[in-house]
Design a protein around this ligand. Structure first.
Ligand code: SF4
Length: 351
């Protein structure tokens, strides 16, 4: 059983209370204190006797992440936070308000080993995976700062969640459970670059989380250039796992497709993509590339994006195009941390 407070599900608290000799009803008080009152320290939970608070402080510590910096993005309200763990490692999480609702994008690892060409998180490799309590703490820290929980969670920040499968799933169950943060499963999206065993495992979990798959190219030649993971699991293997996932869960999968000028945005690419997805339960989310210093691809013209979108829609594929938001906030995944790491390196070189 985990011993960090934010890694514990209601059944773990029942066991904890039983083993500690606490009456069973204390479990409910603890969960209310954690997730309704959002206590920062067990000493704030004054509904419990002092001896219990001491026991909790000793045996179920509250993980926290320290805010290093935040970067607001002008008028759209998108705010990126750089948070620091106890060991000094830093991760990013983004608060994205839109149409009266808020989505929080959370990280699952410090950095990432997947090395997708257009992603700053992949530039520095993976330092370590986050624990379940650190992933939950990302949400708790921002909830305290912003005065509310997000309505939606997307696991699309730094890291590949299926490489850190157990911790991510535990954290999502805590975010989802009624006595925890109570975010509906359909409002929680797991995003993978295409780790086939992770998709297969999720299909067997019996959970209703949304699944999003980063496709980004309509054939293996192009996809392998953008995403090294494609050399391990090619498009055929990926789509086969996605089909099995859909068959097991009935869920529609969202395929993310970043449009890169003259690389994967031509009508022939749209036609290839249509052939791949036409007979599948699929949604497509088109994302015009946000320029990053680490990748020399260019943003396609708006007109070309619309032609691509139109082709998919005419083929009967449910397709949306994501607004480019948070550019001023280094909002593409990993850019804020990469900038901080480079600043630190430059600083130490100058000394
Ligand atoms: S896009 Fe996602 S999987 Fe790819 S390198 Fe970045 S964080 Fe990792």
């Amino acid at each position: 059983m985990p011993t960090s407070a934010y890694a514990m599900l209601p059944e773990d608290w029942s066991t904890f209370c039983k083993n500690a000799g606490f009456p069973a009803f204390r479990s409910k008080q603890i969960l209310l204190g954690l997730y309704k009152d959002r206590i920062r320290d067990w000493s704030e939970l004054t509904t419990l006797p002092a001896a219990m608070r001491e026991k909790l402080t000793k045996d179920a510590p509250l993980t926290t992440l320290r805010e290093v910096t935040r970067t607001p993005s002008g008028t759209d309200g998108v705010t990126k936070f750089l948070l620091e763990a106890d060991d000094g490692e830093q991760i990013e999480t983004v608060w994205i308000p839109a149409d009266g609702r808020v989505t929080q994008c959370i990280s699952s690892q410090v950095g990432c080993d997947m090395h997708c060409a257009f992603c700053a998180s992949g530039q520095l490799g993976c330092v370590r995976s986050l624990s379940a309590e650190e992933i939950v703490a990302e949400v708790m820290v921002l909830a305290r700062e912003m005065g509310q929980y997000p309505n939606n969670i997307v696991v699309m920040g730094m890291g590949e969640p299926f490489v850190n499968y157990d911790a991510v799933l535990r954290a999502l169950r805590i975010l989802n459970c009624q006595q925890g943060i109570n975010i509906g499963a359909r409002h929680i999206t797991l995003s993978t670059c295409g780790i086939v065993p992770g998709i297969q495992r999720l299909a067997e979990e019996g959970v209703q989380f949304e699944l999003s798959v980063s496709l980004h190219a309509p054939n293996d030649v192009l996809r392998s250039q953008l995403m090294p993971v494609n050399r391990r699991w090619n498009i055929a293997a990926l789509l086969s796992a996605c089909d099995a996932y859909t068959a097991a869960t009935g869920r529609i999968i969202t395929y993310e497709y970043t449009l890169v000028k003259h690389f994967n945005d031509r009508p022939t690419h749209a036609a290839e993509l249509i052939r791949l997805l036409r007979n599948r339960k699929a949604r497509v989310n088109l994302i015009p590339l946000s320029p990053v210093a680490e990748f020399d691809g260019e943003t396609p013209s708006h007109a070309d994006c619309l032609v691509f979108l139109d082709a998919l829609l005419k083929a009967g594929i449910h397709t949306t195009m994501r607004r480019s938001r948070g550019k001023q906030a280094d909002a593409a995944c990993g850019q804020l941390r990469l900038r901080k790491v480079k600043e630190t390196e430059n600083g130490s070189q100058k000394q």
